[in-house]
Design a protein around this ligand. Structure first.
Ligand code: SF4
Length: 124
């Protein structure tokens, strides 16, 4: 979706859907791992969804808005777009071959797959 960039990690905000399924939590853990690796910064999707001014204003300065959804319902992307943001980088866990279920014993390999796709898009 996007070319490589030279953004500082703080300019790259990561919004996982954090949904109530394995793929929602894989998205969330991918956001955590990408943040720990310095790729970007995990940010509060709920604050955006609640249209809280301080969250909206902080997100406006980001150069890259990364959304990670668990499944095609696309909750993170739709929440961001509803608040007026353009998602620059995007992936859906189920479209990377991860099957949706409610087993919360998350597979490290699945989390790494999502992280790798976002890294590929960001060129980081
Ligand atoms: S995108 Fe899918 S997994 Fe994520 S919150 Fe929405 S329905 Fe749940």
């Amino acid at each position: 979706m996007s070319d490589t960039c030279n953004c500082e990690p703080t300019e790259i905000l990561i919004f996982p859907c954090s949904g109530g399924s394995n793929v929602g939590q894989i998205a969330n853990q991918a956001g955590v791992d990408l943040t720990k690796a310095g790729v970007g910064k995990l940010y509060c999707l709920a604050g955006i969804g609640g249209h809280l001014d301080s969250f909206i204003e902080s997100a406006k300065v980001a150069r890259r808005i990364v959304a990670i959804d668990g499944c095609p319902a696309g909750c993170a992307k739709k929440t961001l777009e509803h608040a007026g943001f353009k998602v620059t980088d995007y992936t859906i866990a189920t479209e990377l071959g991860i099957k949706k279920n409610h087993d919360f014993n998350l597979a490290t390999g699945d989390i790494n797959t999502v992280c790798a796709e976002i890294r590929r898009q960001l060129g980081r």
